[in-house]
Design a protein around this ligand. Structure first.
Ligand code: SF4
Length: 216
């Protein structure tokens, strides 16, 4: 608990500066993660830590259940997500919802977010600088939501959370831990839309997610 608290406070210091460090505030934060998530959302909405703020229409915080046992993390918002300020609302999002449905999980019972909160122009791969600037927000989200299982959708999410340089095939063959939370890696739905041959693999992975989720 002590280590958790220390890690939490260091992270808050990183995100909010010395504005936050008051003992009564800390207590409130620890008992009210939803309030803290709302504060974090406001911080992200005005973030200018990398140049992506210049071209965004909206930031995309993430959506779903903030008490979810299962969290899906993708790469970054695309055009539809940028316009609507919501994650996975375009074609890739529809595929994700279909896959969830096949394993009996509703979209609103999980948390869905991305590594980056702003859209990279033309959906290019995020730079390492952009990832490094935005990652603390994801870390804070996961620490506040505390899911039992994290599913990384694609390489950007997997490499950001797990800090290993595997191929997607290598990631898929293993289970990982992120601060004690189980992590599974599968393809990003956008990659499956580009290459339908991957669909059978992502379906296999969703069967595994179903089993792990029911055990969590
Ligand atoms: S991508 Fe992340 S770090 Fe960059 S401006 Fe948006 S919220 Fe800030």
């Amino acid at each position: 608990m002590h280590d958790d608290l220390k890690r939490y406070l260091n992270q808050q210091l990183d995100l909010f500066g010395d504005e936050l460090i008051l003992s009564e505030e800390v207590e409130k934060v620890l008992v009210d993660p939803e309030k803290k998530l709302a504060e974090l959302k406001r911080v992200i909405e005005s973030c200018r830590k990398c140049d992506l703020w210049k071209t965004r229409t909206n930031t995309v915080f993430g959506s779903g259940d903030f008490n979810a046992r299962l969290a899906f993390i993708g790469e970054a918002p695309g055009r539809d997500e940028d316009l609507q300020g919501k994650p996975f609302v375009g074609r890739a999002g529809m595929l994700l919802e279909r896959l969830l449905k096949t394993i009996g999980i509703k979209r609103d019972e999980v948390f869905i977010g991305n590594v980056l909160k702003c859209r990279p122009p033309n959906n290019r791969t995020p730079s390492s600088f952009e990832v490094s600037q935005c990652e603390p927000y994801l870390v804070a989200q996961l620490q506040l939501i505390r899911p039992r299982l994290i599913v990384c959708l694609g390489l950007t999410a997997a490499k950001t959370l797990l800090k290993v340089e595997y191929t997607l095939g290598q990631f898929r063959q293993n289970m990982f831990k992120y601060h004690g939370i189980d992590v599974l890696v599968t393809y990003h739905p956008a990659a499956v839309l580009r290459n339908p041959n991957l669909e059978k693999f992502i379906r296999e992975d969703f069967e595994k997610i179903k089993r792990l989720y029911s055990e969590s």
